[in-house]
Ligand binder design. Structure first.
Ligand code: ATP
Ligand code: MG
Length: 383
């Protein structure tokens, strides 16, 4: 699929900007702090309904209007895809003095939709320089990598994720009450089953997604590195001392496994007042050349593996939606040597639309030979 037009109004440092986009490679150039990343963030939000970096909705609304009566950022994009024409409109209401409820409102082809129904209508993959944290950062970043990838292709997964968060909070509250003797231990049963049921859906989907990307992560790594070393992505579900289900699995099997793990840990969970096992504590073990990547890989290896993970994600979205995602590259090429840079661009030619930001004048010359279109971003204006 590809985006044909984009509008950003009161979003980040954009007051009002509209651009027409084309297939192929688009460059977004500009000095630091002008709005290049904000532009890609805007596109990514139209796709995932979540920011790649903001901690609250208010961060996304232009500061100048945050205290006004209508502190609203608006994003709109038109998209051509195999499933037909798409118009996505997202309004983000910040707090400020406004009377409107804060949060997000979305319309798909003019009709108001739940945010969860709008996720993945426009499919995209965002590459950033922070991606090496998928390998070197804490487990939450690996879970997010999986969550953002799977929820773009599987609406059931997204609903399970939301339900899981709710059930987890309720259960943790109850655990604390049981701990101080204000609730009876028997009340846990209902929430245990609820948690196991939705948790089973998440476990099973994550396991399958990792199996689904393993071969292509490796293939990209092989093509992008000089000295090839195998990368493995292994699921580490948080199921305590229970053995990991092998072979083909289903959500029920995982749910039973989680229930049993909970039984074994019940005493500890009540003592600590927290849920010790479940998808919220999952991890993925990533190894390069059979060593844990986070602890042993070199900087260049981490970068190459991070790129391979994002390319594999792009491939995964294509395979599971029947349409190519829009590829967004935020500044990642400047970290690579010339050969690797061209190799990445070569791979991205398999996708109908790629948008790349850069500040680097030197690389711009080569990039221009591949590009169809170039925008300059300066102080929140696009030309
Ligand atoms: P770099 O090359 O350093 O990555 P960039 O062009 O990607 O720069 P952005 O991250 O897009 O820059 O940020 C551009 C500017 O937007 C920053 O100076 C930031 O302070 C500003 N900005 C961020 N959020 C808001 C907001 N809500 N309102 C107004 N300005 C904002
Ligand atoms: Mg930037």
């Amino acid at each position: 699929m590809h985006i044909t037009s984009l509008t950003l109004a009161n979003f980040r440092n954009y007051k009002n900007a509209s651009i027409e986009l084309e297939q192929g490679l688009t460059l977004v150039v500009g000095k630091n702090a002008q709005g290049k990343s904000n532009l890609l963030e805007g596109i990514y939000m139209l796709s995932t309904m979540r920011s790649s970096r903001a901690s609250s909705d208010a961060d996304l609304v232009n500061h100048a209007i945050l205290e006004s009566d209508t502190p609203v950022a608006r994003l709109a994009g038109t998209v051509e895809r195999s499933a037909g024409h798409l118009l996505v409109e997202l309004a983000i209401v910040g707090q400020g003095k406004g009377k409107q409820r804060s949060g997000k409102r979305v319309r798909i082809n003019g009709l108001e939709k739940r945010v969860s129904d709008a996720v993945g209508q426009l499919s995209s993959v965002l590459f950033t320089t922070l991606d090496i944290d998928i390998l070197a950062g804490p487990p939450i970043i690996r879970r997010r990598y999986l969550d953002m990838m799977i929820s773009q292709v599987d609406r059931g997964y997204l609903r399970a994720m939301q339900r899981y968060q709710m059930v987890l909070q309720r259960r943790n509250r109850l655990l604390k009450q049981v701990q101080i003797g204000k609730s009876d231990i028997s009340e846990l049963g209902f929430w245990d089953h609820e948690l196991a049921h939705v948790g089973g859906i998440l476990f099973d989907a994550r396991k399958n997604a990792l199996i689904g990307i393993q071969a292509s992560v490796n293939e990209y790594m092989r093509q992008l590195s000089d000295q090839y070393e195998e990368v493995s992505v292994k699921y580490r579900p948080a199921i305590g001392t229970m053995p990991i289900p092998k072979g083909t699995t289903d959500p029920d099997q995982w749910a039973n496994c989680l229930l049993e793990a909970k039984e074994r840990l019940q005493k500890k969970e009540i003592e600590t007042g927290t849920t010790q096992v479940g998808p919220h504590r999952d991890d993925v073990e990533i190894r390069i050349g059979n060593l844990p990547a986070g602890a042993f890989a070199s900087r260049a290896q981490l970068r190459t593996a991070a790129l391979s993970l994002r390319l594999a994600e792009s491939n995964y979205l294509r395979q599971n939606t029947g349409d190519e995602p829009v590829i967004l590259l935020d500044d990642v090429l400047s970290e690579l040597d010339a050969q690797r840079r061209e190799s990445v661009i070569e791979h991205l030619k398999n996708f109908p639309q790629t948008i790349i930001t850069t500040t680097n004048e030197e690389h711009l010359q080569t990039l221009r030979t591949f590009a169809n279109k170039e925008f300059k971003v300066s102080k929140g204006k696009i030309s």
